[in-house]
Design a protein around this ligand. Structure first.
Ligand code: S0N
Length: 273
């Protein structure tokens, strides 16, 4: 897709996890089923996102699918059991919900690089990413009511906050497919480019954000989330404020005074208007 030389971070069975100059790329690598996910695929994605969170040399994360046919076609129907998708341990799970939350809470921008079909749970994954860049051949849609599933969580409510209530109901109730141009029109994607330019454009967007203040990007992401996420959004936002507070002399003085068994001296703390 481009001549960027991605270097493996860790090897997995169902995904590729690679790095290029501070940009991590997670590729669902099951093209034979249009990059549908199983509990194993999702567990691997979850670990990769956890690593992206922990490693300070990773600034931006890109999520994509292998090949030129699909980003992700949702849950793999071959693994659909009663109560969820069944992995090697025989336990039914809907563990993609955890990955949706990880993407939303990751204190770094996540770009969906949509290289083909983004259908069902795959469409939800693209929706929850911060930014979406699609190739001209990308197709978006939901199939839930047709195939016996649904995502009434972020897959519906967050979708509605992006495309509006009427459009979200149309997407879910009618199970139609939408072209990249239609997705751009409804605000579901940020940019549409020819397939051969997809990766280079995505990396260009990532590199631009890499140059900017990580804390500013982080606070903007969590501020935008907080409006929709209620107390959990507030928890995330407030947690970041605590992190920032711990970087001040004022917060350091409190802890230091306790350990030195003296009264804290906050007299030098600014009381700005
Ligand atoms: C993606 C589509 C439109 C592509 O069509 P195309 O290009 O004509 O290819 P096909 O010939 O249809 O497919 C090629 C091969 O790939 C297999 N395949 C495709 N998608 C899947 C899939 N999802 N599961 C298993 N196999 C798949 C085809 O069978 C074919 O194989 P061969 O060559 O052997 O015949 C088209 O393929 C399509 O419509 N796919 C199905 C899309 C779909 O309905 N996905 C499931 C939607 N549901 C979910 O994602 C579940 C979400 C969910 O359960 C959930 C809800 C709430 C909270 C959590 C969860 C959770 O998932 O955990």
């Amino acid at each position: 897709m481009s001549d960027i030389e991605w270097k493996p971070i860790k090897s997995y069975s169902d995904i590729r996890f690679e790095l290029y100059e501070g940009i991590a790329k997670i590729t669902i690598n099951r093209p034979q089923v249009r990059n549908a996910f199983t509990p194993v695929t999702v567990a691997e994605m979850s670990e990769a996102f956890r690593i992206c969170r922990e490693r300070s040399d990773i600034a931006v994360v890109v999520l994509t699918g292998e090949g030129d046919k699909a980003f992700c076609s949702g849950g793999d129907m071959h693994f659909k059991g009663r109560g969820g998708y069944v992995g090697p341990d025989g336990v039914p799970r809907l563990n993609v919900l955890d990955v949706q939350k990880q993407i939303r809470c990751l204190p770094k921008p996540v770009i969906a690089m949509v290289n083909g079909y983004a259908i069902g749970g795959g469409n939800v994954l693209a929706t929850v990413c911060d930014l979406t860049i699609a190739s001209e051949n990308a197709i978006f849609g939901q199939t839930g009511p047709k195939v016996g599933s649904f995502d009434a969580g972020l897959g519906a409510s967050y979708l509605a906050s992006i495309v509006g209530q009427k459009k979200a109901r149309e997407i879910w109730f009618l199970c139609r497919q939408y072209s990249a141009a239609e997705a751009l029109e409804m605000g579901l994607v940020n940019k549409v480019v020819p397939f051969k330019e997809l990766e280079a454009t995505t990396v260009e967007w990532a590199r631009r954000m890499q140059q900017y203040s990580p804390l500013a990007l982080r606070f903007l992401k969590f501020g935008l989330n907080a409006e929709l996420d209620g107390q959990l959004g507030l928890q995330q936002f407030a947690g970041d404020m605590t992190m920032l507070y711990y970087m001040t002399d004022e917060a350091q003085e409190g802890g230091k005074a306790f350990l030195e068994k003296r009264a804290p001296d906050f007299s030098k703390s600014p009381r700005l208007p």
